[in-house]
Design a protein around this ligand. Sequence first.
Ligand SMILES: *Cc1c(COP(=O)(O)O)cnc(C)c1O
Length: 346
Amino acid sequence: MASVQDLLRPSIKALKAYSSARDEFQEETSDMVFLDANENPFNNGINRYPDPYQNEVKAILSDIKEVSKSNILLGNGSDEVLDLIVRAFCEPNQDNVIILPPTYGMYEVLANLNAVGIKKVLLTETFQPETDQILEAADAHSKILFLCSPNNPSGNSFIDTDVEVLLKKFEGIVVIDEAYIDFSSKDSWLQRLDEFPNLIITQTLSKAYGMAGIRLGICYASTEIISVLNTIKPPYNINVLTQNKAAELLKQTDLVSNEIDAILIERSQLISDLKQINYISKIYPTDTNFVLVKVDDATQRYNQLIKKGVVVRNRTTQPLCENCLRLTVGTSVENETLLTALKSLQ
Ligand SMILES: *Cc1c(COP(=O)(O)O)cnc(C)c1O
């Protein structure tokens, strides 16, 4: 297995990070006078630059997730984290990433944006990874394998033993995107981070934690990988408002777990109600806060629903998702509105 240092782009290995004022002097004690960053001195709560390493938020996450702060990097949404990972490991016009459609669209966008090649290996009919085909598709320039588990848009989690085979046999970085892990009946791979030096796990506050608006993505990896990503991230990538709000809401652990419980109850109710709709031919198993369903004509049903004021996601153009709609689980009132609309369609 190649080492992390071998996998990094040569220019990234040689990089010296921009040193911000707050990098050079970090011990913020209240009796210090800060005249080093050309800030406006009049306090309005946001006149100072944010903590570049988000120590307060990381300390809370470290408690909740039982992982050291030095294994955590935060980004402006997971999308920024995923972009940093691509830029750290993939040389433009030379390296490639492996993705497993149908999956989250950003992996492909980020690869294209960075002029990085894409190898696609379709999931099986039950949306599981084809481990042999994936390992066969990999070449010496395949630096990253993106596994989205639970997967968007299918909703299922990948089988643990398949993921483990890929972690052991893929000769590059394996990113497990766990955006939906808090809805899942399965454990996070975070418990096993120490076992796999090539493993990067991403999570987000955008889904279960109810903070899509503040843009906070989380990356867990070895201290070696985290320190490289820290070097290349924009110095002040998480703003003061986001850090404060995240710290405030993350402390309310009961609130989030109650909301997750409520969403899971709604999900079961929604699934049993969807069985009454005669043009829904399949309801796929889900480990997330959404349900993928197959209908007779997804584009027609999608447009009809919009006329009734209900917006769902039409996934019909995705491989293996012909005539599929992705339905997010809402409040009981919202789900009732969806059901009423679905029942009224001819
Ligand atoms: C929603 C989602 C994300 C979240 O991205 P953010 O930038 O953190 O909001 C990441 N991965 C997957 C698979 C998602 O569905």
